[in-house]
Design a protein around this ligand. Structure first.
Ligand code: AMP
Length: 621
């Protein structure tokens, strides 16, 4: 790892520094270290960065450092492809501005009451974060005044392109002061985005955080796609069955090291935090305890774990994904020391998938998908532990005569067999932590093969294409999602090719107005006078009513459940479909539709499963 840059090296304003301290960030991520000085100096940037790299703070921290709260008109405008992202970015601004008195940020997106938005805009906001369509709307109405705009951020520009917003984005760029500072972030750089940069950015500094690193062959690398179970429950399940010696768990913040250590301790593990707030002596002592086996698990930030060399670390868990491949390589290099073998487990949230691919690409090693241990596996593990305890106790030969007499007497006077008594005692013993575990898991979203397909598809996608992919042939190569997929319904919308509708327009409109993430939007098939689109089942009446009125190419969608011939490619008499657009990038495949509740704990007896799971008797200091 290169020499660390500290937040204190970056000349951020004092209130922003206090907020960083409050949220517990220890060190700027690479994209932050590179972008913050340029943005503080008023320069434009072109950042090639994905979700998970810390890109939001990379623009929010420097722009907030230069904000003037006395000026009520918006000074910063962030354009984001979806309302979900707009809200997320607005929340991030709020968090980083928590020490700036009187600060206001306003998210504006489609699907939200216009009157509320108009009122909020009238009240004034220093930062506006919006989806392109809605921002354009307000600019046209005159309800959003950008005359005093200092900076414009285009977040996830390639996603805006994919969703058909690029013309809107350019329109907005045309309607903002030429003097504004511009920052554009994009995970990929298709030519349309490159054109936007050439036309609207001023001598932009290009920031690309890419590094090629190799990983040790003796480290087995796996990842778990966060879904269906929350991360803490997943971790405790893994801890229960994974035979580990020493373990380092990486998280992003100092606060998280302490919180997770406390939670694991409460579950019976010998765990401790390791972060930059601890003095050198305490840190050394913690590492020493890990070395000597007095401690099994250390929960660390990247900074604090730098250079740890402890042979007995058999496992590294990336509880929070690292910012880049360099950090990943450094982290997993804490295991597999001194020629031993090691295992690295990576938790990846669906929206961080791209970062996973980047890491794989940079390290030139595949990271395989793991499934969480099933209820049967955990049960078997607990039974093995239980029977081992019996064996150990008998082998130790303690004086059991008192108990022998007691139970012989009980057996005799109650006429029950020794087996029945033993069963009753075993039952009592495991009541707190049942031997038989059942998790009502959501099926993993994809298997390995599909996952590979997905990666291939994404690579093709990354070449980009105007119109949200209209001309991208490869999309048609992908496996078709059938209408009778149990989690999708097919809808008909009254805009088609003759109205110059593009799939990107349709996705954009539905994603923003119905609040359905674009990745959940399935097939879109354009016909001359209408189109069909596959959407997750269970869309509420209210949402459908809203969608009916949403306009694409100035025509209301008039959405209705499709009653056309099942499975057929054509609708007789209604014009031939021109093109079939396969599942949208990242849309759920046969494995099942993600219902958005992936972080919600799903297994019924999670308390039993996680509380005191994997008993490792605490070793005292
Ligand atoms: P982003 O790439 O902007 O979506 O950020 C990903 C996550 O990283 C968010 O949860 C942030 O809170 C977190 N994050 C951003 N910068 C830092 C930092 N310097 N240290 C620790 N966590 C950070």
């Amino acid at each position: 790892m290169s020499e660390p840059i500290l937040f204190s090296d970056l000349a951020l304003s004092e209130p922003v520094m206090r907020a960083i301290q409050k949220v517990g960030y220890e060190q700027p991520s690479p994209i932050q270290a590179a972008a913050i000085p340029v943005l503080l100096a008023g320069g434009d940037i072109l950042g090639m960065a994905q979700t998970g790299t810390g890109k939001t703070a990379a623009f929010a921290l420097p722009l907030l450092s230069r904000i003037d709260t006395k000026q009520a008109d918006p000074q910063i405008l962030v354009l984001a492809p979806t309302r979900e992202l707009a809200i997320q970015v607005a929340e991030a601004f709020q968090k980083y501005a928590s020490e700036i008195p009187g600060f206001h940020v306003l998210p504006i997106y489609g699907g939200q009451e216009m009157t509320t938005q108009l009122r909020q805009l009238k009240r004034g906001a220093h930062v506006v974060v919006g989806t392109p369509g809605r921002v354009m709307d307000h600019l046209r109405r005159g309800s959003l005044n950008l005359n005093n705009l200092k900076a414009l951020v285009l977040d996830e520009a390639d996603e805006m392109l994919r969703m058909g917003f690029i013309d809107d984005v350019e329109w907005i760029l045309e309607h903002t002061p030429k003097t504004r500072q511009t920052a554009l972030f994009s995970a990929t750089m298709p030519k349309e985005i490159r054109n936007v940069c050439n036309n609207y950015l001023n001598d932009a500094k290009e920031i690309k955080i890419a590094s090629s690193q190799s990983t040790d062959a003796n480290i087995e690398q796996v990842y778990w796609m966060v879904s269906g179970t929350n991360k803490l429950d997943a971790l405790t399940r893994i801890l229960e069955v994974e035979p580990f010696d020493g373990m380092i768990i990486f998280v992003r913040t100092k606060t998280a090291t302490v919180e997770l250590a406390e939670k694991l301790e409460a579950r019976g593990y010998s765990a401790s935090a390791l972060n930059g707030d601890m003095n050198q002596q305490l840190r050394e002592r913690t590492i020493e305890r890990l070395k000597t086996g007095k401690l099994d698990i250390v929960i660390a930030t990247d900074v604090a774990a730098r250079g740890i060399d402890v042979e007995r670390v058999s496992h590294v868990v990336n509880y929070d994904i690292p910012y880049d491949s360099e950090a990943y390589v450094h982290r997993i290099g804490r295991t597999g020391r001194a020629g031993r073998s090691g295992k690295a487990i990576l938790f990846v949230a669906p929206r961080e998938k791209r970062l996973l691919y980047t890491i794989e690409k940079a390290t030139k090693k595949p990271i395989t998908l793991m499934e969480l241990p099933s209820g049967a596996t955990v049960t078997k593990h607990r039974i093995d532990q239980f029977t081992q305890q019996i064996t150990d106790t008998l082998q130790e030969q303690p004086d059991l005569s008192f108990f022998n007499d007691l139970l012989a007497e009980y057996s005799h006077s109650n006429d029950v067999s020794p087996e029945q008594i033993a069963s009753a005692l075993a039952f009592l013993l495991q009541r707190e932590r049942p031997l038989q575990v059942k998790f009502t898991d959501v099926k993993p979203e994809r298997n390995e093969r599909r996952d590979r397909d997905d990666r291939g598809g994404r690579d093709r996608d990354d070449r980009g294409g105007r119109d949200g992919g209209r001309d991208r042939g490869p999309r048609e190569d992908r496996p078709r999602r059938e209408r009778n997929d149990e989690n999708m319904d097919r809808y008909r919308i009254e805009v088609g090719r003759n109205h110059e509708a593009r799939p990107g327009d349709i996705v954009g409109a539905i994603a923003n107005e119905a609040g359905i993430e674009s990745r959940f939007i399935g097939h879109i098939k354009l016909h001359d006078e209408f189109s069909t689109v596959d959407l997750p089942t269970g869309i509420s009446k209210d949402t459908l009513a809203k969608l009916k009125k949403v306009r694409v190419r100035n025509r209301p969608l008039e959405i209705s459940l499709d009653t056309g011939p099942r499975g057929g490619d054509d609708f007789p008499g209604r014009g031939k479909p021109k093109r079939d657009f396969g599942p949208r990038d990242g849309a759920p495949r046969e494995g099942g539709y993600r219902d958005g509740g992936r972080d919600k704990p799903r297994f019924s007896d999670r308390d039993n499963a996680s509380k005191k799971s994997g008993y490792r008797p605490k070793k005292s200091d």
